[in-house]
Design a protein around this ligand. Structure first.
Ligand SMILES: CC(C)(COP(=O)(O)OP(=O)(O)OC[C@H]1O[C@@H](n2cnc3c(N)ncnc32)[C@H](O)[C@@H]1OP(=O)(O)O)[C@@H](O)C(=O)NCCC(=O)NCCS
Length: 179
């Protein structure tokens, strides 16, 4: 494996500034802003993809702590514009889906303003706002201006990974992280 081979892995405290730098490169209208402090306090939730020592893609897996059935959300999905279309984010999403399944979560949610089609390829389905856990709806209300155009999607983790990721739309989205 040479230095330019993308490496996906869980994030650590050394990645906080590198994630912040990556998020600075993302179109502001497509992603909610996170402060360095927010990234720091949630750092255990992140998976990152590194190329040449640089974090070029990330996602976070954020638990809904007050839900009766264990669940949570994929958040902060971002790839640096120079590294898009190589399957890096798709690889991180698959890892987060596995991580959620490994924790025994029944469902996984995502809120997105611009990438609903992309998430659909992993098996996420559009749901009504009322189907979001109350805990998340409350946070949305307090964040209503920024999230007003977001769609909410849900993935049933009881569906096998093969069905959710490969069979629904073979080969999509993205190519393997090593491509
Ligand atoms: C969405 C995003 C994370 C994809 O990152 P990536 O590493 O390029 O993703 P992959 O390489 O795994 O997948 C790329 C494929 O998804 C498609 N895709 C990218 N963004 C899309 C979108 N918003 N809607 C539908 N498809 C999209 C690309 O056209 C590409 O298709 P192709 O492989 O057939 O060419 C990246 O475009 C990004 O950072 N966008 C800005 C932030 C954002 O929108 N985040 C998601 C909101 S929650």
């Amino acid at each position: 494996m040479n230095a330019s081979t993308p490496v996906s892995r869980p994030a650590g405290s050394a990645d906080i500034d590198r994630i912040a730098l990556l998020l600075d490169s993302i179109e502001p209208e497509r992603l909610l802003r996170r402060t360095r402090l927010q990234i720091q306090s949630d750092i255990d939730q992140y998976q990152v993809c590194e190329v040449d020592g640089r974090v070029v893609s990330c996602t976070a897996l954020s638990p809904y702590r007050r839900c009766t059935s264990p669940s949570g959300e994929i958040a902060c999905v971002a790839t640096h514009p120079d590294f898009r279309g190589r399957g890096l984010a798709a690889d991180l999403i698959r890892r987060q889906i596995e991580r959620a399944r490994g924790r025994g979560w029944a469902v996984l949610y995502v809120l997105t303003r611009s990438a609903a089609d992309w998430f659909a390829a992993f098996g996420f389905e559009s749901i009504e706002l009322s189907a979001l856990p109350a805990e998340r709806r409350r946070r949305l209300q307090s964040d209503s201006l920024r999230c007003s155009q977001a769609l909410q999607l849900r993935l049933n983790l009881a569906v096998s990974e093969r069905q959710a990721v490969s069979e629904v739309q073979p080969g999509f989205p993205g190519r393997p992280a090593s491509a």
